[in-house]
Design a protein around this ligand. Structure first.
Ligand SMILES: *Cc1c(COP(=O)(O)O)cnc(C)c1O
Length: 399
């Protein structure tokens, strides 16, 4: 057996970290060890005949970086391997990835069932733009399987969710949603941004497609935007078709940051999860009304999360007594954490969802989703956990 075949077989059975570090390590003729960045918009041909053959697809090979780029391809191969999907298609951002999925699989007259608790821009894109082209959307509670089932119509083509939800960490039963989708001959699309392939593989649970905002944990250091879709080859070919003609492709430089990000994703996720668990447990003994973290045994989604995730993630939220005034006082009293709504960074972030990420929601929508005025969300970073607890202690002291 040649070494390349041997490596391919070893990788097929390898763990997530090995896949992330060793997949798609094709070298150029320079024999570099680390992955090079191919900053090129186009590719040259030896002859007019060669150009014609590549353009027609008769000969495989690169033509133009809106279609293919070696650095971008390496990122896609690694992510697909980690998610256990046949193929991946990357995008300029998480939103571009979700847009490409909707463009590829929906048309006028189709119906989509979506969880109420998805990322804000996702619902804006659906309701403001896709609705304009005649696609219909119904929103249901993430954890209410009966509501998902009841929302199915003859024209339902897609179910869309995120799990765990932001910021209250509700957990979706992905296998049960996949079953509802299959019965309706629809696709289940899961936004796996909060768990990453290290903690959860929705495809193995029956989901048809996985979307990512690679901007968050996959980059891991808050440096760039990126996104991706993972699924079977036939579905990904449809997404690639959208990407090639519409053009929200990932830049080679960002692909390089992201593929290097994947190499450290497992150790980073383990550290995020360990600190988040410590903080969630510590918060329970403080002046709080509630702590939302699926790693706590009394959380409603704990058992389900234990079944379908390998750990509980890096986002913790909690409710302080005294509403918005109190929450703002708390946030302003911290000095280490960054006041920003972003997440998935080495730097811990702290935010007040009711007046930022969910500020445009109506009071009723916020109440239904558990986004109370006293709710504070932290996306636990990679600092020493004792220092984060000291910073939160400053917050509690200000109440
Ligand atoms: C940030 C985010 C997105 C959007 O990703 P961008 O890279 O900012 O476009 C989508 N889904 C979830 C869950 C997110 O957190």
């Amino acid at each position: 057996m040649d070494k390349k075949t041997q490596l391919a077989q070893a990788l097929a059975q390898a763990g997530a970290a090995t896949k992330a570090i060793r997949t798609g390590a094709d070298r150029s003729h320079e024999m570099e060890h680390a992955e090079p960045i191919f900053m090129t918009s186009s590719y040259v041909f030896d002859s007019a005949e060669d150009a014609a053959a590549r353009f027609s697809g008769e000969e495989p090979g690169n033509v133009y970086s809106r279609y293919t780029n070696p650095t971008v391809r390496q990122f896609e191969q690694r992510l697909a391997a980690m998610e256990g999907g046949e193929a991946a298609c990357s995008a300029a951002s998480g939103m571009a990835a979700i847009m490409a999925v909707a463009m590829a699989f929906l048309q006028a007259g189709d119906h989509v069932i979506c969880s109420q608790s998805v990322f804000g821009s996702t619902t804006v894109m659906f309701d403001k733009y896709f609705a304009k082209f005649g696609v219909e959307f119904s929103y249901v509670k993430l954890t209410d399987l009966t509501a998902w089932q009841k929302a199915v119509k003859p024209n339902t083509k897609m179910l869309f969710c995120e799990s765990p939800s932001n910021p209250t960490a509700e957990v979706a039963d992905i296998a049960a949603l996949a079953e509802i989708a299959n019965q309706a001959s629809a696709r289940l699309v899961v936004d796996n941004c909060f768990c990453t392939p290290v903690l959860q593989n929705p495809l193995a649970l029956g989901a048809h497609l996985v979307c990512h905002s690679a901007t968050k944990y996959i980059d891991g250091q808050g440096r760039c935007l990126g996104g991706a879709v993972v699924g079977n080859q036939a579905d990904i070919n449809e997404v690639i078709g959208v990407m090639r003609s519409a053009g929200p492709t990932l830049s080679p430089f960002n692909a390089w940051l992201l593929l290097k990000g994947l190499e450290t994703l497992k150790v980073r996720m383990n550290a995020h999860c360990a600190s988040a668990q410590t903080i969630a447990e510590w918060l329970g003994s403080q002046n709080v009304e509630k702590v939302h973290y699926a790693g706590l045994v009394d959380h409603s989604g704990h058992e389900l999360a234990k079944r379908q995730q390998s750990a509980f993630g890096g986002v913790v939220s909690f409710v302080v007594p005294g509403g918005k005034q109190s929450a703002w006082k708390f946030i302003n009293a911290t000095c280490l954490m960054s006041i920003t709504a972003n997440l998935g960074d080495a730097k811990t972030t702290i935010t007040h969802p009711a007046s930022t990420s969910h500020g445009r929601w109506t009071d009723e929508m916020r109440t239904q989703a558990g986004i109370e005025d006293g709710l504070i969300r932290i996306a636990v970073g990679l600092e020493d956990v004792e220092d984060l607890i000291a910073d939160l202690t400053r917050g509690f002291a200000a109440l």
